[in-house]
Ligand binder design. Sequence first.
Ligand code: ADP
Length: 495
Amino acid sequence: MKLKARRLRYTIWLYFILFALGLMCIVWVLQVVFTENNLVKSIESSMITAGESLETRYLNAIEDSVDISINDDFTSYAKSVKEMDNVFVVFTTQSYNGIGEMPSYCYPYDKTVSDKYYDEYGDIIRQAKKLVLNAKDGDFSGAITSNENKTDTMFVYAKVVDGAEGLTEPVYIVLLTSLNNIDNVLLIIQSQLGVISLIIIVVAFVISMLISANISQPLVNMSRTARRLAHGDFSVEFTANAYSEVNELSQSLNDMKEELQRAGILQRELMANVTHDLKTPLTMVKAYAEMIKDISGDNKEKRDKHAQVIIDEADRLTMLVNDILNLSKVQSSVDALELKRVNISQLLNKVIDRFTSFLESNGYFIKSEITENAYALCDPQKIEQVFYNLIGNAINYTGENKTVEVYLSVVDRKILFEVVDSGKGIDKDKIDTIWEKYYRASETHKRPVKGTGLGLSIVKAILDGHGFKYGVISKPNKGSNFFVELPVENGGAHE
Ligand code: ADP
C-alpha cells in the first residue's frame, strides 16, 4: 500500500490539538466523576468535626448550668468551626418532635425558630433520630431525603449524647445542611470549566499553528534551496536557525553542496586531463607515422627512431587506459579482493627489485629497512600495486640526493609501511586532494617514473577496500612520508 505523505505542518498541528482535546476530556471526566464525590466527602468531614465540637460545647454548657437555656448560639458556633455558612443545628430528644412543649435543653431555644425548622425539616430530623438509634456507634452522617417532599434532600450529621448530668433523656445533636448548594457549586465549576476549555482549545490552536509553522518553515526553505541546487545553482546557501537539528541538517547540506561543486570541478578536470592525455600520444603517433611515410621511410636509422617514439607513445596510451580500467574496477569492486595470509616483507622486497634496473640506469637509490616475515591478511596483487605506486611516486618527487627510504616495521601488532622522500613535499591545503583522480600538484614536474595522475586514487581505492589506515605526513621542502598500516595476521612478525 502506498503511504500517503502528509504535511508536517498540519500533522504537528493536528497532534497538538488532539493532545489538548484529550487533556480536556480527561479533566471533564475527572470533574464529573470525582468533584461531586469529593464535595460530599468534604461536607461530611466538616459536619463530623463541627458535630463533635458541638457535643463537647453542649456537654460543658450542661455541666455548668442545669438549665442550659442560656443564650448560646450553637448554630453560629457550628458555622465558625468549619466555616460552613449553610448549616443549622437542632438539639432534640427522642420524644420531642416539634409539637407541644419543648424541653429546656433542646435547641434552638427560640420556639418560633425551632418550630420553623420542624415545619420544614421535621421529617428529616425524625429519620435522622431513627438512623442514630439503629447505628452502632450512636452517630450517623449522610444524605436524607424527606418522605413528605421528595425534592428536599439534606446532608445530616446526627449523634446521640447520653449520660450527661442534668439530662432526663438522651439528646440528639442534629446538624443539617442543604445539598442543593453542591449542585450550584458543580454548575459554577462546570460553566467555568467550559470557559477554560474553550480558552485552552483556542490557545492550543494558535500555539500549535505557530509551533508547526516554526518547525516546518526551515524545512520548506531548505527544500526550496535544494531544488535550486538541483537545477545547478551553486550560489545557494542552506541557512541555520534556532534548532540544533535544523542546523546540523543545513550544515550537512552545505557540505554536500561543496562536495557536489568539487566533484563537478574534478569531473571537468578529469575529462580535460583524460582527453589531453589521450590526445598527446595520439598526435605524436600520427605525426611520427606521417614522418616515416614522407621522410624517414628509407632511412633505417631515422625510421627506427621514429618507430620507437610511436611504440613508446602506444605504451603510454596502454598504461593510461589500463590505469583507468584498474581504477574503475577497484572502485566498483568488480574485482573483489582475494584475501590471503601474505608475507608482506617478501612482497615489499619483490616490489623494490622491480625498480632495480631503473634505479641503476638513472642513479637513484632506495635505502630499505624491512622487518622479516611480517604477515598480513590482504590481496597480494593489490597491495603490491599500492607499494609500487607509492615507491614510484617517491622516486618521482624525491630531491637532489635521488634517495628514497623504505621501512617496514611491526609495532603493537601493526605492520607499518613507510616510504620517505626528500622532495619538496606537499602543501598542507593539497594533502587531501592528492588522493583524487587526476590531481597533479604541479603540472610541470618532470617524472622519471611515468605516471598517469591516477596512482594515488588507485592506492586510496585499494586501501579503502581493505579497510587499512593510510596517509601522508609532509613538510614543505623537506619531503613526504607516505604510510600504510596493516594489521598483523596470526603469529606476529616472526614465524
Ligand atoms: P602522478 O602520476 O601525477 O604522480 P599520483 O596520483 O600518483 O599521480 O599523485 C598525485 C599527485 O600527488 C602528484 O601529481 C603529486 O603532485 C602529488 N604527489 C604524490 N606523491 C608525492 C610525493 N612523494 N611527493 C610530493 N608530491 C607527491
